[in-house]
Design a binder for this molecule. Structure first.
Ligand code: SAH
Ligand code: MG
Length: 223
């Protein structure tokens, strides 16, 4: 059976308690997500810390996130950026955009984060003009991961990092599933990995076995 719990439930509960105190910087967004009933759709605090660490390690100054929801993961990415860093976070659902803007405004990170409303494919075209980017976090519609990754391959600087969440699509990559939507996602995810594991475009590629699966790759130096 596929479980999105990472680590296993009891261990996860231990770490959730251990890290809860440090969620204060994101208090508004946590409250908003709980009120809106969407907490389960964001990354966990432990995944947030991982994403922050990756942003910090990659020395990112200019970052993009696809899939804002209410801005929870955006808080962690922004925390991994320097004072002059910028995160552009893309979201198509207007209600989510409003919730995210409110939560980010109430935090200490508002100078670093710009939420862009609309289909990611459109916003990414606009953002190409600001390339190169240092860091790209994918956390949206799995069917579009191949095109998001092609954007990252074209718009990250050499050495820049792409991180992609929920790449296990509930265990359905290998064989798909009974429904057409699942088959679309599993086909898309196989296409995504085909590009990610293409060593001309990305190096140091791996997949972290988080509950949802988190893939990463570093943009290759120009040949
Ligand atoms: N990263 C967030 C969770 C994102 S949930 C966090 O951890 O806090 C996925 C979000 O992606 C949803 O809010 C959904 O509306 C948005 N989304 C899905 N497909 C999209 C697309 N094509 N363009 C823009 N946003 C999209
Ligand atoms: Mg789109």
């Amino acid at each position: 059976m596929f479980s999105r719990s990472w680590p296993a439930a009891e261990t996860a509960a231990y770490f959730a308690a251990l890290t809860a105190a440090d969620e204060g910087f994101a208090a508004e967004v946590v409250t908003a997500m709980e009120r809106g009933g969407v907490r389960a759709s964001s990354v966990t605090a432990m995944e947030g810390r991982l994403i922050e660490a990756f942003a910090r390690l990659s020395g990112a100054k200019k970052a993009v996130e696809i899939g804002t929801l209410y801005g929870y993961s955006a808080h962690w990415i922004a925390r991994g950026l320097p004072e002059a860093g910028r995160l552009y976070s893309l979201e198509q659902d207007p209600a989510c955009v409003n919730a995210a803007k409110d939560a980010i405004e109430a935090s200490s990170l508002s100078r670093k984060v710009t939420v862009m409303q609309g289909p990611a494919a459109e916003s990414l075209k606009t953002l190409s003009k600001l390339a190169p980017f240092d860091f790209c976090f994918l956390d949206a519609d799995a069917a579009q991961y191949p095109s998001f990754l092609r954007w990252a391959a074209a718009n990250l600087r050499p050495g820049g990092l792409v991180l992609a969440n929920n790449v296990f699509i509930e265990g359905k990559i290998p064989a798909g599933d009974a429904t057409a939507a699942d088959n679309t996602r599993s086909r898309a995810m196989r296409g995504f990995f085909h590009v990610l594991f293409d060593s001309d475009r990305f190096v140091s590629v791996s997949v972290l076995p988080t509950g949802g699966g988190m893939a990463l790759g570093i943009k290759a130096q120009a040949a």
